[in-house]
Ligand binder design. Structure first.
Ligand code: ZN
Length: 280
């Protein structure tokens, strides 16, 4: 999964430090990041790549000794406009396909923080310009005292088993045509288990039992953390698909499930767990 980078160490303890020339500098403009072309792939630029004096920026986190900084939004436009043709603005999902797992995790996480900061440049309560908190990762309104913490929206995903069959589906918004699992955002008032029951019922009309926690992963591309579960069908196996959410939903026999790569998403890990015959 995207966060599994052991033995490398992800350190996101909040602190305020100055950048070194070799540290990564994420330039976020609109809802995209400025990346450096390298053949058919992209690299995250470093502080030393920008021929300017001290670029106003702030520390985000580090992976081993590689620190990630975010250029202040006050300078983003200028950095983008002055960038050479080697640079291009890319959506956050570009990080997902980076071959280096450290850059994949680092870039996507930086983009998640940048997205949150970009949406909170002004106070949602009084409209005043905000500032970054100095003691923890937060955004503060100096006028009314409103404090905003990082937006991390919980999502549940569930592998529902019916004997040797797995409930698989395709979300209409997913450009990837492969079948995945039932998932959805946790609503206010939900427990995680209730969100699992509710999402399965809403999207397929099925009831589930024996809900078990499987694991979790950060999913920066939707500002989320995803909690994965397994469950068993409870009763009637007739699927009533919610066409506003799904384009396909079906029971797939274990031997008919193709192999899924498990290096990025918990969805694929759950599917592979079932496909390889492990007990859900
Ligand atoms: Zn305010």
């Amino acid at each position: 999964m995207i966060h599994e980078i052991e033995p490398h160490k992800f350190n996101n303890e909040f602190k305020i430090v100055d950048p070194k020339p070799t540290d990564y500098l994420v330039v976020f403009f609109g809802d995209k990041s400025l990346l450096k072309k390298n053949g058919n792939s992209f690299e995250i630029p470093k502080v030393e790549d920008f021929n300017q004096g001290n670029i106003p920026c702030h520390y985000l986190f580090s992976i081993d000794d590689a620190a990630y900084f975010l250029a202040d939004f006050s300078i983003s436009k200028e950095l983008v406009e002055n960038a050479s043709d080697d640079y291009v603005l890319c959506p956050a999902r570009t990080y997902r396909y980076m071959g280096d797992p450290l850059l994949r995790m680092g870039g996507a996480t930086a983009a998640h923080i940048a997205h949150w900061e970009s949406l909170n440049q002004f106070c949602g309560r009084c409209g005043n310009a905000t500032i970054r908190g100095e003691k923890e990762r937060s955004i503060v309104c100096p006028k009314c005292g409103n404090v905003v913490y990082p937006r991390i929206s919980p999502v549940v995903i569930v592998a529902v088993r019916n004997g040797d069959k797995l409930l698989m589906a395709h979300n209409i918004d997913n450009p990837n045509p492969r079948l995945f699992l039932i998932s959805g955002f946790v609503e206010i008032g939900d427990s995680l288990e209730n969100a699992v029951r509710r999402e399965v019922m809403e999207e397929t009309g099925l009831r589930v039992k024996n809900i078990r926690y499987f694991g979790s992963q950060p999913w920066p591309f939707s500002d989320s953390i995803i909690a994965g579960f397994t469950a068993e069908l409870d009763g009637d196996d007739t699927i009533h698909m919610q066409a506003s959410e799904l384009s396909e939903a079906m029971w797939v026999k274990r031997e008919d499930i193709p192999e899924y790569e498990t290096d990025v998403s918990i969805s694929c890990c759950l599917i592979e767990n079932f496909r390889r015959g492990f007990t859900l």
